[in-house]
Write a protein that binds this ligand. Sequence first.
Ligand SMILES: *Cc1c(COP(=O)(O)O)cnc(C)c1O
Length: 446
Amino acid sequence: MEKKLSIDTLCVRAGYEPGKGGPRQMPIIQSTTFKYENSDQMGRLFDLEDSGYFYTRLQNPTCDMVAARIAALEGGVGALLTSSGQAANFFACFNICEAGSHMISLSDIYGGTFNLFGTTLKKLGIDVTFMNADASDEEFEAAFRPETKLVFGEALSNPGVRVLDIERIARIAHSHGVPLIVDNTFPTPVHCRPFEWGADIVTHSTTKYMDGHGTTVGGCIVDSGNFDWEAHADRFPGLTTPDPSYHGLTYTKKFGKLAYITKAVSQLMRDLGSQQSPQNAFYLNLGLQTLHLRVRRQAGTALQVARSLEEHPAVAWVRYPGLKSDPDYLRAQKYMPDGTCGVMAFGLKGDRAFANRFMDALRLVTIETHVADCYSCILHPASHTHRQLSDEQLREAGIPADLMRLSIGLEAASDLIDDISHAIEVAEGKAEAVPVSPVVPGLGQL
Ligand SMILES: *Cc1c(COP(=O)(O)O)cnc(C)c1O
């Protein structure tokens, strides 16, 4: 029997192997279109009778190789790169929803996804019910309707770092004949593989750890091939009845386990055009080749920083699912036993002014809205993204006024811990602020 390759090897090698004299690194096929020998060959491609590339809006060899690498990492049967994580989540849902459909989403999700579901999908006639992660089975059951098409959640939520109980939510979704879609951006397949726990579709903002260097916005949809669409044919007519835009082809009959992802490529990308560019896919590929090294290191450093924060007298609270004190610790041990991610939330004892003095005194950790790349950064919603809200309104929005989101990069843990504890001392008036960054500048910046 063929031995399964480890995730480390797949990060470096899956999806592309050069032939004789071929380029060692995955090539960028920067071409809009592809040539064929005769009219019949081209016609068969348009009928989805043959596989092959014909136009980069649908598929491009570089994007396809990178998608195949991510599919291998997740243990899926096929994948599709999209122009962003937002596009990935939109198309993952829209592939099986239409006006009149309903979906259920966990409420603790990325703000951009929350807006997409709560505002933009509503305009398309798709209704979304948001559920608290701590809701009971009965409360979840009560949210299902005849027109419900899917359940959505984040494996590790951004920014709350809650751990999704994938097995439980998948069981509930399946008992109602719908798939579970999991956004696996934060743990990445190195730390969590949602398909092994019953999820059916996985999405990614590859902008985060997968790219990992802050260079490229992108997304990915991965199909496990496990959901039996035919068994719930009435609920998913787009997959189980003829598609008039392909001469009456039926995706489940023609493509079997690849029905969902093939429809997303050949129908949604054709009509709505949100492919990733081959150049961007190439940058993503470079990130993927060190993903296993980086996320293990970042989660390890984050755990050390979280422990040091927890012990610091000026820190009011820390949420990091790798900490034993975290309410999701046991769940994290189950779903991501080798580590979680580099992101944590914490609060300092003190008011907004104290938090601002602290952030201004940081030298290595920078103030940014981004997360999950190689640079450590911090964001204080009460002072930044949610600054128009009062403390009371923030509480109502579920964001403590003192919450800071800290994303740990690839710097040394000791340097980051020193930077944070020094900045606390400056905020307390016990130390002098360091005027400039300790990082050595280039000659032109001197
Ligand atoms: C950032 C993010 C997204 C959106 O991704 P973009 O690439 O910025 O469009 C979706 N889900 C999660 C969990 C994210 O962190």
